[in-house]
Write a protein of this length. Structure first.
Length: 842
């Protein structure tokens, strides 16, 4: 079997010089280990999810910006395509002034288009027809007014030569200034940035008659950009935070930013490039367009955007600005797409510019902050859940261990080695429980083996005869009571009370249980009193009915009743001058009690049938085995009589309160039994004496006498064994019996009695008796000391043939030292145990 010491030595070797780990609970270790680990894992997961979510949010924003730029570019292309188609349609119809005016009205009402200019320039000698429009009103200009248009329509001839029917020439965005006469102001003029489209007009004869042209106000294109930025956008899906600026701008193939979207829609809002100028640095203004803006060459991302648009590519740029940026948003998106227009059926679409959408949203940053908030909340919840889970797991894990520890502690406190049973358990606790139960079973087997050996030794020892000895010195007090056997505080007190009662002429009440020697006490009072030469009359009130008891006490005269043929002296007259003892006084009827009270009060009696009172000189001693006060409370005993009787009270102790006297009484009654059985040399075994001392004796000394005499008469051998006594069924625990008397089996100085334990003694050396509660091993040790003078724990082991452990032997010897039966000398291996100074163990 592995010993704890060996385990500790092995652990110290495994951790040479290392610190001893702190004793922490499993719950604490789990918390210290798992919570930081979980937080680290959550932080890593949070960073990973933040990175992934940021990337996907950025990707979503990129795609959204791409869609916005492409859809806006498509809307501008659609507007230009509508204008081109309207121009081609007009070129296929008569170009008279009336037809042209009607045409303008129709397309404004049906298609919602309004052109800044719409005119026809003839090749032959004819006046051009030009209409200008503003705010839904068309005005035809005169020849002089047409000549006032800047730049004039005649300048278009240089660009449109060679155009075929169905082809369109498109100008750049330029400022166009035209007259707009009105009744209030005939000389009023208007100007706008416009895009001119020109197409050939073929007459009915198939010949080229001139050119039809129109001017598209740039504000109409700007309004398309603004529409797609507003909540009225055809692709509007959700509201965006107006706090963060987003805008769309138009730039030409030369890189000039011509205008941007506006938050407030309206045809009259001026064209501006304020937002792009806040972001990039460059050149502001060009002839005819003071708001046009050309970023500097250092803006590489922008010029890469322009280059891609020239090549017809659409894409997106992140973080457009660099060092030169004045924007507070350093990380944003710029999505761009080219604006194309098919000018001829047999030619590719011409790129006239590009649409760029700048999204300065901080959604990624806000999502990151929100992600951090969520992760903090998740971390806090996770920590709480983890703490709760750890507490539950630790409780489930340690509950079985704690229950096991408590069960083992309870076993050690009770000293009862029983197998441990657990209600709440786990794998670890179950393993420990099985190991502990295995150890307990081993201990139980060893204990049973030791107990079996002890029982064998004790069985042999208990069958040996017990030697009961009486000391030679008997005090004067004990010599006065030859009929009272025993010593101890209760007996001493009773004897003192008897002596006191014998010295005075008063009535006496003796209280005590049945069989405790109340009559012997009454006889002792009489014998020691001055009345010892006079009669001692004893009557048991419980044996007679009321009339017989009255007759027995007071007597009668001749003729007092039918059978009264002569005089009878009652007990009072018989005990005249002496003592009258009335046992079981509680059995007397109320009539008898009244008669007794009169006799005690007057010291006179009146025999039955007599008219004369007779003086009596009697000392009355009464005895009872019940509580008279309780009878008084029940109305069964006269209170005045009680106080007449209870002048002096003597209490006879029950045998269970004076167990130290049982060996002496047993010896006394055994002698009577020998005489009655006609035998000699009878002895009680040590087991029989142990049974006598352990018995509760409800019948007290009378029962003890009966048991001893019966056993003496019925015994076939010389030694009376415990099973021959017939009292095993009512025996009580021996230790409890011994503890009921303060001086159990220890002789008191002055008593003249020495109690004995049934131990063998060497009378030549020590005529000493041992306490009854010694175990057989201690008896053997004392016997060895008597014969050899001293003993060691090794000697005791050798005497018992190694049947006990060295620890048990040392404990037995130390217990004898604690009782004062042995003394210890020496230390260590040379320790020996001898008789205390004084020569013996008593």
């Amino acid at each position: 079997m592995i010993k704890p010491k060996e385990i500790l030595e092995w652990a110290s070797r495994m951790r040479p010089g290392g610190p001893v780990p702190a004793r922490r609970k499993l719950r604490t270790r789990l918390l210290v280990t798992l919570i930081p680990t979980s937080l680290i894992v959550l932080a890593l997961m949070g960073y990973a999810t933040y990175w992934a979510s940021s990337e996907f949010i950025s990707l979503a924003l990129e795609r959204n910006s791409r869609i916005h730029a492409v859809s806006t570019a498509y809307a501008v292309e659609t507007l230009l395509e509508r204008c081109k188609r309207q121009l081609l349609f007009a070129a296929r119809n008569p170009m008279s002034a009336e037809d042209m005016a009607r045409y303008l009205r129709d397309i404004r009402e049906l298609d919602g288009l309004e052109f800044a200019e719409f005119g026809f320039i003839p090749l032959r000698e004819a006046d051009p027809v030009v209409f200008v429009s503003r705010e839904g009103k068309e005005i035809r200009l005169t020849q002089d007014e047409v000549n006032g248009i800047r730049p004039g329509p005649a300048l278009l001839y240089a660009h449109v030569r060679g155009l075929k029917a169905g082809e369109v020439w498109l100008s750049e965005f330029k400022e166009v200034e035209t007259p707009y006469p009105s009744a209030d102001n005939p000389r009023e003029r208007m100007s706008c940035v416009a895009l001119r489209m020109v197409t050939p007009y073929v007459g009915p004869d198939g010949e080229l008659d001139g050119y039809a042209y129109l001017s598209l106000n740039a504000k109409m294109i700007r309004n398309v950009l603004s529409l797609y930025e507003s909540s009225n956008s055809p692709v509007f899906a959700f509201s965006r935070n107006p706090k963060f600026q987003r805008y769309t701008f138009f730039f030409d193939v030369g890189g000039w930013v011509l205008f941007q979207s506006e938050s407030e829609q309206g045809d009259d809002a001026p064209l501006r490039t304020l937002n792009i100028r806040k972001t990039l640095s460059g050149t502001l203004g060009r002839p005819g367009m003071p708001e046009a803006f050309r970023p500097s060459e250092r803006n590489e991302n922008y010029w890469q955007t322009v280059e891609d648009v020239r090549d017809g590519h659409k894409d997106i740029v992140r973080s457009l600005n660099r060092v030169e940026s004045a924007s507070p948003y350093s990380d944003h998106f710029l999505a761009y797409a080219p604006v194309r227009l098919h000018l001829a059926p047999d030619q590719d679409a011409r790129i006239i510019g590009g649409i760029a959408y700048e999204d300065r949203s901080v959604l990624v940053d806000l999502a990151g902050y929100r992600h951090i908030d969520v992760m903090l909340i998740i971390s806090a919840i996770s920590v709480l859940v983890l703490v709760l889970a750890i507490a539950l797991v630790a409780r489930g894990t340690t509950l079985g261990l704690q229950e096991l520890a408590y069960a083992v502690k309870t076993l050690t406190e009770k000293g009862e080695w029983e197998e441990v049973r657990l209600i709440e358990t786990g794998y670890e606790a179950e393993m420990l429980k099985d190991s502990i139960n295995s150890m307990i079973r081993t201990l139980q087997a060893q204990f049973e083996e030791i107990k079996s050996k002890d029982l064998k030794i004790e069985s042999v020892a208990l069958k040996e005869p017990a030697e009961l000895s009486m000391g030679s010195s008997i005090s004067t007090l004990d010599a006065d009571f030859p009929e009272l056997v025993g010593s101890g505080p209760h007996m001493k007190q009773m004897k003192r009370d008897i002596i006191k009662a014998s010295q005075v002429e008063v009535d006496v009440l003796i209280e005590g249980e049945t069989g405790t020697g109340k009559q012997l006490a009454a006889e002792a009072v009489h014998r020691l009193s001055s009345r010892n030469g006079k009669p001692f009359i004893s009557i048991n009130c419980g044996e007679l009915d009321e009339n017989l008891l009255l007759d027995s006490l007071f007597g009668h005269v001749k003729g007092a009743f039918t059978d009264g043929k002569g005089d009878r002296r009652g007990a009072f007259l018989q005990a005249d001058g002496g003592t009258l003892f009335l046992d079981e006084i509680q059995s007397a009827s109320m009539k008898v009690q009244q008669a007794l009270l009169r006799a005690l009060s007057l010291r006179k009696i009146k025999p039955l049938g007599s008219d004369q009172d007779v003086d009596v000189n009697v000392r009355l001693i009464t005895a009872t085995n019940v509580d008279l006060k309780a009878l008084i409370g029940e109305g069964k005993f006269r209170e005045d009589l009680y106080y007449r009787l209870k002048v002096i009270t003597i209490t006879t102790p029950p045998l269970r309160e004076q167990r130290q006297n049982i060996p002496l009484l047993a010896m006394h009654f055994l002698k009577e039994g020998e005489h009655m059985a006609g035998r000699s040399d009878l002895a009680l075994s040590r087991g029989a004496l142990k049974a006598l001392v352990s018995y509760d004796w409800p019948g007290n000394i009378r029962e003890l006498k009966h048991v001893i005499i019966t056993a003496a008469v019925m015994s076939e051998g010389r030694v009376i064994q415990s099973e021959q006594l017939g009292i095993n069924g009512k025996a009580i625990n021996e230790d409890d019996a011994l503890n009921q008397s303060a001086d159990s089996f220890v002789g008191e100085k002055g008593d003249g009695f020495e109690n004995s334990f049934p131990a063998r003694t060497d009378k030549k050396k020590h005529d000493t008796v041992l306490p009854l509660d010694l175990n057989p091993r201690q008896v053997i040790a004392c016997e060895y000391v008597r014969g050899h003078g001293s003993i060691s724990s090794k000697d005791l082991l050798d005497l018992l043939d190694g049947g006990i452990s060295k620890r048990t032997a040392s404990y037995d010897l130390q217990d004898l030292v604690g009782r004062g039966l042995l003394a210890r000398i020496g230390r260590g291996p040379s320790t020996r145990y001898v008789w205390p100074s004084g020569g013996d163990s008593s």
